[in-house]
Design a protein around this ligand. Structure first.
Ligand SMILES: Nc1nc2c(c(=O)[nH]1)N[C@H]1C(S)=C(S)[C@@H](COP(=O)(O)OP(=O)(O)OC[C@H]3O[C@@H](n4cnc5c(=O)[nH]c(N)nc54)[C@H](O)[C@@H]3O)O[C@H]1N2
Ligand SMILES: Nc1nc2c(c(=O)[nH]1)N[C@H]1C(S)=C(S)[C@@H](COP(=O)(O)OP(=O)(O)OC[C@H]3O[C@@H](n4cnc5c(=O)[nH]c(N)nc54)[C@H](O)[C@@H]3O)O[C@H]1N2
Ligand code: SF4
Ligand SMILES: [Mo]
Length: 695
């Protein structure tokens, strides 16, 4: 029998709407949901390779409890009940000894369906919920919050209707989401300009109208100069500025010496190009998008850089504007009732999260700072963390394998909830295997935007192995712990009905296309109606939130340290490729076949001086680690930096296809836990030098 199910892709965090075909109990076809604008049936390579994950024997198949030393790979199979009880008892023992707050949960991110895992830690009476955001989008998120009062997920971009988009290291064509890239292409087809700024010519550079090969770590200087020119030449949107911006005099004063000539020396971009860009943007305003991306730059000034991008948008009047930045509307704003929260049924713990105990001078929000978490585990300050759940996240593979092992050895309990043998799971005490996205139902999620919608991820087939969905894992853990009252749902339908209660929407309403819009038309505010969610209702360059946390409004650009290139020293930068999602797909049978390992981009002239030829094996070292990788010699990278696609060299032998192939840049990141960006305390993973020589 052939059936068709509407669901959401789970091969990366974008969660594109999909249609899945099942023939006699086997998934035979996955495509983009044809009903969703921007998808129109399309899917990326990773989304298409979902079946290779589903039918992979080299993924987690049942709960496991460690029997040998951590990291030895010695586990025994356990039943779900045994695993739940084991974890719950261990948590209770730890809490009896050290207190409730010493349990933490580290999550890849709340996202569309992510409310559920937060119940685990709150149900156990601890405030310590953390996400990976500090290594990803947190700067942009905090920048939006301080300026507009909206979070990053509440700001969308109308690429299809824009006239000019500026991407700073936002390699949107490779580090992609299907709808976004389709809309960018539509915008280009409609005649929009794309200015692309990167230390290397990525695939997105090939689509650009202008490409600036910027000196690494200097995007902030470029922006200060753009602001300088826009103010000096009166290129801004006066109506928007007069209505909304607080702090114009201070801004003007701050950028008065940031001339294009000054920025040319910092960035390597000719002063006249900077002036031309400012003028071109002004001519296209307000239909412009200066895109802060995920974190745009992974440098110490990333928070202030992200603020500068949003300030530029505000100066050009592109906020809440066709062809510009579009603010998400809450269900209430569009006259609908939203989902009932699962989390809010649990009383918030009285104790404070780790970083809330650590004084002022930096910002934080809904999820805790990961660097503070690791410091607390390592040093027991401001108080210890003794049990850690890690959900859908593999920090072991990402950040300094050696350091992280030493740090996490301070834990009495490490639990991994994953679909794969991640490096983190390999090191855990207990592994709780989640069913893949094609085998499970998730909680209903809210898709934000000008036209908010509810989204449902549904099981296409029953789990192949002894795995469970996240709501069932949460339920099992809370029941074993003695907090079962927060998850009294027998079936997922009970849970969905609770979420939907009072909305007027029924489960069957999702059958047709997998989603239900909360209003008919996209809602946009006129400038007369527009009110930002900051305390003043304005765009706060002088941010109340920052003042309260004693974070300075402005930050002077610092010239980045220069590596000794002639001695083979470089700044190491890295990124994503179109056919892989971070690390999790490296062992996927299809995707591994397309790209099994990474290579090191190095500038041609520099390589010639070092006697390195294209395809040579080179040794890359940092601190006491060194590894080998093939060189890709190219003129399309700044001489000060070398680049690699991230996260190869899987160290878990049970994943045979990817085991040991390529080089993991995470091993080269020395002191990654010590470097916290100014104002935001996020990670600064590109502030790292390596040595390269012919192997
Ligand atoms: N296919 C695929 N798509 C993905 C992901 C994936 O794993 N695979 N992951 C998703 C996630 S979680 C994220 S965070 C996003 C990331 O999205 P992006 O940030 O667009 O992606 P990266 O590949 O990390 O790109 C970083 C770029 O920054 C450049 N760069 C380095 N230093 C500088 C600098 O000083 N200035 C400038 N301007 N550029 C610099 C690098 O050369 C690189 O091209 O991608 C998302 N999309
Ligand atoms: N060295 C280094 N560190 C980095 C980065 C980098 O480029 N280099 N990038 C940073 C950024 S932007 C990000 S977003 C992070 C990404 O880092 P990670 O989130 O660690 O990357 P992924 O490889 O996507 O791994 C996520 C984990 O989720 C698991 N997983 C996948 N699907 C499911 C599921 O449905 N359920 C469950 N329970 N688990 C699932 C995968 O098997 C994998 O173990 O890393 C950050 N840290
Ligand atoms: S971008 Fe690709 S992998 Fe990510 S959700 Fe969409 S189809 Fe899946
Ligand atoms: Mo990310």
């Amino acid at each position: 029998m052939k059936t068709s199910i509407f669901s959401n892709c789970g091969m990366c965090s974008v969660r594109c709407p999909i249609r899945v075909e099942v023939l006699d109990g086997r998934v035979t076809w996955i495509e983009g949901n044809p009903y969703v604008p921007g998808m129109e049936g399309s899917l990326c390579a990773r989304g298409s390779a979902g079946t290779a994950l589903l039918y992979d024997f080299e993924r987690l198949q049942y709960p496991m409890i460690r029997t040998g030393p951590r990291g030895s790979g010695q586990f025994r199979r356990a039943s779900w009940q045994e695993a739940f009880t084991y974890v719950a008892e261990a948590v209770k023992n730890i809490q009896a000894k050290y207190g409730n707050r010493t349990v933490a949960l580290l999550d890849r991110g709340a996202g569309l369906f992510g409310e559920i895992q937060r119940l685990i830690v709150r149900g156990m009476g601890s405030p310590n919920y953390f996400s990976h955001d500090d290594f990803c989008r947190k700067n942009v998120d905090l920048a939006y919050q301080t300026l507009l009062g909206y979070g990053r997920p509440e700001v969308g971009y109308d690429f299809a209707n824009t006239k000019h988009m500026v991407f700073y290291g936002r390699n949107a064509v490779e580090a992609l989401g299907v709808r976004e890239v389709n809309n960018i292409v539509k915008g280009l087809e409609n005649g929009a300009e794309l200015t692309y700024i990167d230390v290397r010519a990525s695939k997105t550079a090939t689509k650009a109208t202008r490409y600036f090969q910027i000196r690494p770590g200097t995007d902030y200087a470029l922006n200060l100069a753009l602001i300088h020119v826009i103010l000096r030449e009166n290129l801004f949107d006066r109506d928007f500025v007069d209505r909304f911006i607080i702090g114009m005099t201070e801004l003007e004063n701050f950028v008065k010496d940031c001339t294009p000539q000054w920025a040319e020396k910092e960035t390597g971009i000719p002063a006249y190009e900077i002036v031309n860009l400012a003028r071109a943007l002004s001519a296209a305003k307000p239909r412009v998008i200066l895109y802060p991306g995920w974190f745009s730059a992974r440098y110490m000034d990333a928070f202030y850089f992200a603020r500068s991008v949003i300030i530029l948008n505000a100066l050009l009047g592109s906020i809440e504007q066709k062809g510009g930045l579009i603010l998400a509307k809450t269900p209430k704003e569009v006259g609908a009732k939203g989902l009932n929260s699962l989390l809010e049924r649990i009383p918030a713990p009285q104790e404070k999260r780790i970083e809330a105990e650590e004084g002022k001078g930096f910002l934080y929000d809904g999820a805790g700072h990961i660097l503070h978490l690791f410091r607390a585990i390592k040093k027991g300050e401001p108080y210890p963390i003794k049990a850690l759940f890690i959900v859908r996240y593999d920090p072991f593979a990402g950040i300094t394998l050696k350091d992280i092992k030493e740090i996490l050895d301070g834990l009495d309990l490490l639990v991994a909830i994953d679909t794969n043998y991640s490096a983190t799971a390999w090191y855990a005490d207990v592994i709780l295997p989640e069913s893949t996205y094609l085998e499970r139902d998730d909680v209903i999620g809210l898709q934000r935007g000008a036209k908010p919608a509810l989204i449902m991820r549904r099981q296409a087939i029953k789990p192949i192995y002894d795995t469970k969905g996240k709501w069932e894992i949460t339920k099992g853990l809370l029941h074993a712990y003695g907090a079962g009252e927060y998850m009294q749902f027998d079936t997922v339908q009970d849970l969905w009905n609770y979420q939907l209660d009072g909305t007027g929407i029924k489960i069957e309403d999702f059958d047709k296309s997998g989603q239900v819009a909360l209003c008919k038309d996209a809602k946009m505010y006129s400038r007369e109606e527009l009110k930002f969610k900051t305390p003043s209702g304005k765009v706060e360059i002088l941010s109340n939130k920052m003042a309260e946390r004693e974070v300075p409004f402005f930050y002077d650009h610092q010239t980045p340290a220069k590596p000794k290139v002639e001695e083979g020293e470089f700044r190491l930068v890295f990124g994503r490729m179109a056919v892989h999602t971070h690390i999790q797909t490296h062992n996927n049978k299809y995707l591994n076949e397309i790209v099994p390992e990474n290579e090191l981009w190095i500038n041609s002239e520099v390589a010639a001086n070092l006697g390195i030829k294209h395809g040579d094996l080179v040794e890359v070292s940092s601190g006491d680690f060194s590894g080998k990788i093939r060189a890709k010699v190219t003129p399309y990278i700044h001489p000060e930096s070398v680049f690699m696609y991230r996260g190869f060299e899987n160290e878990v032998p049970w994943k045979t296809r990817s085991y040991g192939k390529g080089l993991n840049e995470g091993r080269l990141l020395k002191d990654a836990f010590e470097r916290m960006a100014h104002g935001s305390h996020t990670g600064a993973i590109f502030e790292n030098f390596v040595k390269v020589k012919k192997a």
